[in-house]
Ligand binder design. Structure first.
Ligand SMILES: [Zn+2]
Length: 355
């Protein structure tokens, strides 16, 4: 019903806006050392100065469309070994043509360079912090906090929409899914919902009750949402692999979302009947051992079902891991290594009704 309401009024709105929307972009746009005149693509770096630890340079691409339109930020590689999401942004850097774009796209293919280069999952090895937990950052903090601070200032505060890209890390066998996090602001939530549907991933987690304190928003997408910009998170790829199908999900989903936002011509391909999930439960390990999964990513599991075994180093079974709830196995530990507190699996509970 909401969509048919929108369709009734969109044609007249487009007619009224037409003279504006075909106007040429007025000026150049810069992020860090990347500066693009209208109709140009520019590369550069967001320079994070040295502080209590080393400096770092985060690669940035600015694609400034010939025509006027909104500013969209595409950010990937906060976790530098979630390779599919990084490669998808690399493809988009080549694919997106400024002569076809209305508005401006800021692409950040790899936030966490040290993680990528040293093949360290989950954290920035410089300060051992996740680069998606310390937003809005601190100018005088450790490298992760200083980088988060600059990303907030230079990208989040200046964009209109944001997409944060993730996937299964080196030790996570993950099925693709997206997050939609309603804020309670109806107009904004309607746009972010249209974005996540247009992106087209067929499982969507409804993520409620997130931090609202602007000084402690933690996650990148939440930092952007809390500042009034419709934002989503998308995840595809797993365990160090870069499979064409997974990369295509992220590339095609981005193009479809840009069509939804009228930044590219053509029609979006929104998913009509996604599986909505309204709760995610972690299955954590309470000690070290060797992990033997019994189910695969994407499997529907029922509460109480055995999903894996943990043995000691002599082969004796010490834990039978069971599903604490019924739902979809969003990801499962992909490697035999297990220590106390590790996430053996994440299970998403299917929502009783679509939001
Ligand atoms: Zn991630």
């Amino acid at each position: 019903m909401l969509r048919s309401f929108a369709r009734i009024f969109v044609p007249s709105a487009i007619f009224l806006l037409l003279p504006l929307s075909v106007q040429a972009q007025a000026s150049s746009f810069s992020v860090g050392t990347a500066s693009a005149a209208p109709g140009q693509k520019s590369t550069g770096y967001l320079e994070v100065p040295a502080g209590v630890d080393a400096a770092t340079s985060i690669p940035i691409v600015v694609i400034n469309g010939e025509k006027r339109g909104p500013i969209l930020a595409l950010v990937s590689g906060a976790h530098g070994t979630e390779y599919t999401s990084i490669i998808a942004i690399e493809k988009l850097i080549t694919l997106l043509d400024p002569s076809q774009i209305s508005g401006t796209v800021i692409l950040v293919p790899l936030v966490n360079i040290q993680s990528f280069e040293q093949k360290v999952p989950h954290v920035n090895p410089v300060d051992n912090k996740s680069m998606n937990r310390f937003y809005p950052g601190k100018a005088d903090g450790t490298q992760t906090e200083r980088a988060s601070f600059l990303i907030t200032q230079q990208i989040v505060d200046r964009c209109d929409y944001l997409i944060d890209y993730h996937g299964g890390d080196l030790d996570e066998s993950l099925r693709p899914y997206a997050y939609w996090a309603p804020t309670g602001k109806e107009a904004q939530d309607q746009i972010s919902k249209e974005m996540v549907l247009a992106f087209g991933l067929d499982h969507i987690i409804i993520w409620r009750d997130r931090p609202t304190d602007l000084a402690a928003t933690r996650y990148l997408d939440n930092t952007s949402s809390a500042r009034g910009k419709p934002s989503i998170v998308v995840e595809a790829g797993y365990a160090g692999t870069v499979e064409t199908d997974d990369v295509s999900l992220l590339v095609d989903g981005t193009l479809s979302t840009m069509r939804e936002l009228k930044m590219l011509s053509g029609n979006p391909h929104p998913i009509e009947n996604p599986v909505w999930l309204d709760r995610v439960v972690d299955v954590l390990s309470d000690g070290p051992g060797i992990w033997y999964p019994l189910v695969k990513r994407g499997t529907y599991v029922q509460e109480g079902m055995k999903i894996g075994l943990v043995t000691d180093y002599f082969g004796k079974v010490i834990v039978e891991a069971r599903a604490p709830i019924s739902g979809v196995l969003l990801h499962i530990n992909a490697v035999p290594s297990l220590k106390k507190g590790d996430n053996m699996a994440d299970i998403g509970a299917i929502a009783a009704h679509a939001p």
